[in-house]
Design a protein around this ligand. Structure first.
Ligand code: SF4
Length: 401
């Protein structure tokens, strides 16, 4: 970044004290056994991983993150990926221990790890629970062998069922993901699959609509016409069926794709959606945290080898860091907060950005969306209505320049 824009950013950044609210630590493990054809995450397949080097580098970058965002109380740790269930449990334990040495933790710190349901990984669940993981998020994706094959998953349905069973034994809180809106997916088939999922679920489910992302194999295959997705009406009916069944089961959506029993929401993911503070370590990890100079945004190198090399030479793998100005803060708070059914808390927003939300967005932008039944403004919150959340990209396009 040129010096002049650095100075401009520093000047426009808001001065703020670190807030005494939730604070999360995100740890990215970038490796997977194979690349799923729909996946655009920062995930890589490697023949071998030098485990000691990787553990040492994660610990070193944690030290650096604590120097950037000191004096905070950690409320959640999240191991994401990639496939963090491929991490040796000892490494997971060492990371947890280091986090708790660097920052005090709340008594009820939520420690989530994303896992795939292969039998090899499921055999590690007991050890992961032992080193402190207290919430598991399983990438089940479908309860149907043909669908799992189409999605390029490395497990079948029986492995998924066994993994859910093992997760239930070792973790008081567990969640699993399913993907719907697959080719030829019908409302009847989804209703049946979701009913079975609800019988297996704990207190949280993540239900994603299949989207075709650039740079993935599905993007190429879809462009070639090798498969088609259900039409818009079917997609809408699948979404509505999801809301209906999960609502009736007492697990309403608290975010577009995430459902939980009240009080069982992912506390870590709420940190992102509420635009609270977190640090991110590991390849490609992002951070947003309040420093003496205002809100900071950090991004680590994405490539696993580039990140490892940078940490070993400089103590951190930061590729980019800047102060977040008001306009960016507004944009990010809207993108994140309107995903939540609770919406954006106006008082918190005003304390963060120094302006009322209505004034910051502009009444002329808000009113047509409110009149159209897509947004709802109360004395305390701005939120997207159920219909607004279904077409959130279009709503955001009209709010955010
Ligand atoms: S296991 Fe998860 S992170 Fe890895 S390629 Fe598949 S979807 Fe992506």
């Amino acid at each position: 970044m040129p010096a002049s824009s650095k100075a401009r950013n520093a000047k426009s950044a808001l001065k703020a004290k670190p807030p005494a609210e939730a604070f999360g630590v995100y740890v990215h493990w970038p490796f997977c056994v194979s690349k799923c054809p729909y996946c655009d995450f920062n995930s890589h397949v490697r023949e071998g991983v030098e485990q000691t080097r990787w553990r040492d580098a994660l610990l070193r970058e944690l030290d650096h993150a604590a120097s950037e965002a000191p004096d905070r109380k950690v409320t959640s740790i999240f191991f994401g990926g990639g496939t963090p269930s491929l991490m040796p449990p000892d490494t997971v334990g060492a990371v947890i221990e280091r986090v708790q040495t660097l920052w005090p933790s709340s008594n009820e710190v939520e420690i989530t790890l994303e896992a795939n349901p292969s039998s090899v990984e499921a055999s590690r669940f007991a050890a992961l629970a032992q080193v402190g993981v207290n919430r598991l998020s399983l990438g089940v994706q479908a309860l149907d062998d043909d669908a799992l094959k189409f999605l390029g998953r490395a497990h079948d349905q029986s492995e998924a069922l066994a993994a859910i069973d093992i997760a239930r034994k070792h973790f008081a809180r567990y969640s699993f993901d399913l993907i719907y809106g697959r080719p030829n997916h019908t409302v009847e088939a989804w209703r049946e699959e979701l009913t079975r999922a609800l019988a297996l679920a704990g207190d949280h489910l993540s239900l994603y609509q299949l989207t075709i992302e650039r740079g993935t194999r599905f993007h190429t295959d879809h462009a070639k016409g090798l498969f088609t997705l259900p039409d818009e009406d079917t997609q809408a009916a699948l979404y509505e069926t999801t809301q209906e069944l999960l609502g009736a089961a007492g697990m309403p959506a608290y975010e577009i794709s995430n459902h939980a029993k009240p009080g069982q929401e992912s506390r870590h993911n709420l940190v992102y959606w509420r635009y609270q503070d977190y640090v991110g370590i590991g390849p490609g990890a992002h951070g947003r945290f309040t420093s003496h100079a205002g809100k900071r945004a950090t991004r680590r190198h994405s490539g696993p080898e580039a990140w490892l090399d940078a940490v070993e030479h400089h103590g951190h793998g930061t590729a980019e860091a800047h102060n977040v100005d008001r306009a960016e803060m507004l944009r990010e708070a809207l993108l994140m907060g309107l995903r939540l059914s609770e919406g954006i808390e106006r008082q918190r927003f005003a304390a963060m950005i120094g302006r009322d939300l209505v004034e910051a967005v502009g009444n002329e932008k808000l009113q047509p969306l409110i009149a159209g039944g897509l947004l709802e403004l109360t004395a305390t919150h701005l939120r997207a209505t159920a219909h607004g959340r279904q077409v959130l990209n279009a709503v955001l396009a009209r709010l955010v320049d």
